[in-house]
Design a protein around this ligand. Structure first.
Ligand code: 13P
Ligand code: SF4
Length: 296
């Protein structure tokens, strides 16, 4: 199956991108694994004719926004992100108006239609840089309230929250972290900014998924507790086989990120099925917000 996928990728001039939470066999067969920011940048620069996105729907949409001339494929069209569905354009426009038309920063974990009514996008890797780049004292951030609170703690700007969250990161509690720290007293705790504030207060470092991999590599420590979706254990343990990594909680398991199988990948590449194409009238507005982030 792996050989078949690599052969098809060659024949179709396709690049296979995988998020760090994807199943191990999908990461292994891909050309590039990474966090949302790295994958967006790669999607904007590739020379391939076909981009196969092994992740969730908003990631494939972002690739389509950036590369409208390319064929973008999501091997499982039912792989979504529940957080992305916690905001919709009409409600966002209404809230922006209520707040006096202040700029809107939208997390990439959002639909293209929401990006289209936003001023700029951000990811977990660049959120503070994005907030500080804006020439405004007040901003509205959507959809993740935890990411917004994290950004608010690192800027003098007033940030208005949207009441969205990741159903998995948001379940991690300070008690879970304290228990993991008791079980692994020598480990550093690295948290994703989608976690609640009480969890982030306990973190030795707050990072995107690829930021966690880089942090573990640079650190002199040899053991780490990861406050993120459990899929990251695979690439991080592969990168540093001599170091130990523990999940802060096994309950942080995102089903949508585990839907794509090797069979789905092979069949979508062979038949070019599962295409994601953002309609042009939405795409051109969404591109403004995504491109502004990438240019930073
Ligand atoms: P990053 O990999 O950009 O940190 O994002 C985490 C995430 O939840 C993607 O869905
Ligand atoms: Fe969305 Fe959370 Fe799954 Fe990431 S881990 S895709 S934010 S539901």
């Amino acid at each position: 199956m792996i050989e078949k996928i690599r052969q098809l990728a060659k024949e179709k001039n396709a690049i296979i991108l995988a998020h760090n939470y994807q199943p191990p066999e999908i990461q292994d067969v891909s050309d590039l694994c990474g966090d949302s920011l790295e994958l967006s940048i790669k999607a904007s620069k590739t020379q391939a004719d076909v981009i196969v996105f092994c992740g969730v729907h908003f990631m494939a949409e972002t690739a389509s926004i950036l590369s409208p001339e390319k064929t973008v494929i999501l091997p499982r069209s039912d792989a979504g992100c529940p957080m992305a569905d916690m905001v919709e354009p009409h409600a966002l426009k209404k809230r922006k108006k209520e707040l006096g038309n202040i700029p809107v920063i939208t997390y990439v974990n959002s639909t293209a239609a929401v990006k289209a009514v936003s001023d700029i996008c951000c990811t977990s890797a660049n959120v503070i840089k994005v907030v500080n780049s804006l020439d405004a004292d007040e901003v509205l951030m959507t959809p993740d309230k935890n990411l917004a609170r994290y950004a608010a703690a690192h800027t003098s700007k007033k940030i208005y929250l949207w009441d969205g969250h990741c159903p998995f990161h948001n379940t991690l509690t300070a008690l879970d972290v304290k228990k993991a720290k008791t079980d692994h007293p020598d480990a550093l705790f690295i948290a994703h900014p989608e976690c609640p504030p009480q969890v982030l207060e306990l973190a030795d470092s707050i990072q995107s998924t690829s930021g966690m991999i880089a942090f573990a590599g640079k650190s002199n420590h040899t053991a780490f507790i990861l406050g993120t979706e459990v899929g990251l254990l695979y690439p991080i343990s592969n990168a540093y086989p001599d170091k130990k990594f523990y999940p802060a909680s096994e309950k942080m398991y995102c089903e949508d990120m585990k839907k794509i199988t090797l069979e789905d990948l092979a069949s979508s590449l062979e038949n070019l099925t599962g295409q994601v194409k953002v309609p042009e009238e939405i795409r051109k507005d969404a591109l403004g917000a995504v491109q502004k982030m990438i240019d930073l």
